[in-house]
Design a binder for this molecule. Structure first.
Ligand code: PLP
Length: 365
């Protein structure tokens, strides 16, 4: 199999699995129990919290474990106050949460983006009445564009609102310093950086006030109750620690694969356009092929055991044009033929030739 869909999910690293294993077998004590078999797990959770906090320059008590990026996003969107400004290219975990706030009499506005996917924050000036939150993703999951986060945060603060970023595609991929970037809330998910699925975290700056999301016991400072998923928390911390240690090396490697892929694609007679901004998540290539259906390409590649995506994975049953491709105004004759190739560290250079050869067979002039 050739897997080029690392924006959808990544392979669990063996080192991470080894770190998790004892907590799924012998060390099964409940972290809330005060005997040592329980307390050992509590200690492990707190060391994991410390590792994660350090990776984004947060403090220990600013990290809350959640079940995934979607939950982190829901928590912030549904539990802050006032109106919200967000963007047209957010993930559905944001867009569908936003629909929910209307029943509380809150409003939201979605900002346009330019043809490269960069959010037009200046347009936000028109919607500052009763503004409570600005939520802009750090990296778009379909085209890889990196958003001007500091600029968006400063706009929010100038208007006495909090700033949240859905950093699910960014954590473990690009350097993040929540203090320097003036971020109030940040959502992350372990399975995007070679950690396990079903675990994420929310960073909440100490100076914010966010109501509890799940009521029950006193886990997560009483804000997100439920017996902790110790093994997965340990796995997430290990995966992030490894990702941060290898950030530069990984970036260089993925940039090389990306360059090679595009050079080889340009050397064919295939008619395509490249989507996204030059400042983007390394290894993420969104390409729109002329007069093609993305789904046809995806299924033909699948027959050859090659995994790629059209739009985002959460959208794979939806044959409509992706909201992101629509927002960046890809010309219609190209838009429906959009494929996202997202390389990971496990990919090998040799795989590129195989994929390009298959593309040549599928997209015949
Ligand atoms: N936000 C973005 C930008 C994503 O790409 C994804 C997943 O693809 C999510 C949120 C949802 O994360 P999770 O799968 O952890 O719920």
């Amino acid at each position: 199999m050739i897997y080029i869909d690392n924006c959808a999910t990544t392979k669990l690293s063996e080192e991470v699995f080894d770190a998790m294993l004892p907590y799924m077998t012998t060390m099964y004590g409940n972290a809330s129990q005060i005997y040592s078999f329980g307390k050992k797990n509590k200690k492990a959770i707190e060391s994991a919290r410390e590792i994660i906090a350090k990776c984004i320059n947060a403090d220990l008590d600013e990290i809350f474990f959640t079940s995934c990026g979607t939950e982190s996003n829901n928590w912030v969107i549904k539990n802050t106050k006032g109106n919200i400004i967000s963007s047209k290219i957010e993930h559905h975990a944001i867009l569908n949460s936003l629909k929910n706030i209307e029943k509380d009499g809150r409003k939201y506005y979605l900002l346009d983006v330019d043809n490269y996917g960069i959010v037009n924050i200046d347009e936000a000036n028109k919607h500052v009445d009763n503004l409570g939150l600005v939520s802009i993703m750090m990296i778009n999951n379909e085209i890889g564009t990196i958003e001007p986060i500091e600029k968006c945060a400063s706009f929010a603060h100038k208007n006495n609102a909090y700033f949240h970023t859905d950093a699910v595609q960014a954590v473990g991929h690009i350097p993040i310093d929540v203090k320097k970037m003036n971020i109030d809330f940040l959502s992350a998910s372990a399975h995007k950086f070679n950690g396990p699925k079903g675990i994420g975290f929310l960073y909440c700056n100490k100076n914010t006030s966010l109501e509890s999301f799940i009521d029950g016991g006193m886990q997560e400072y009483g804000k997100r109750a439920g017996t902790e998923n110790v093994a997965y928390i340990i796995g997430m911390a290990k995966a992030l620690e490894i990702a941060i240690k290898n950030l530069e090396k990984r970036k260089k490697y993925l940039e090389r694969l990306e360059k090679l892929f595009l050079e080889k694609l340009k050397n064919t007679n295939i008619d395509f356009i490249l989507n996204g901004h030059k400042n983007h998540n390394p290894g993420v290539i969104s390409v729109s092929f002329k007069d093609m259906q993305g789904e046809t390409i995806l299924h033909r590649l699948d027959l050859k055991n090659i995994c790629v995506a059209t739009g985002s994975a959460c959208d794979s049953k939806n044959t409509n044009l992706s909201h992101v491709i629509e927002a960046i105004k890809v010309p219609k004759e190209y838009a429906y033929g959009t494929i996202r190739f997202s390389f990971g560290v496990e990919n090998k250079e040799e795989e590129i030739d195989i994929v390009i050869n298959e593309l040549k067979k599928i997209i015949v002039k």
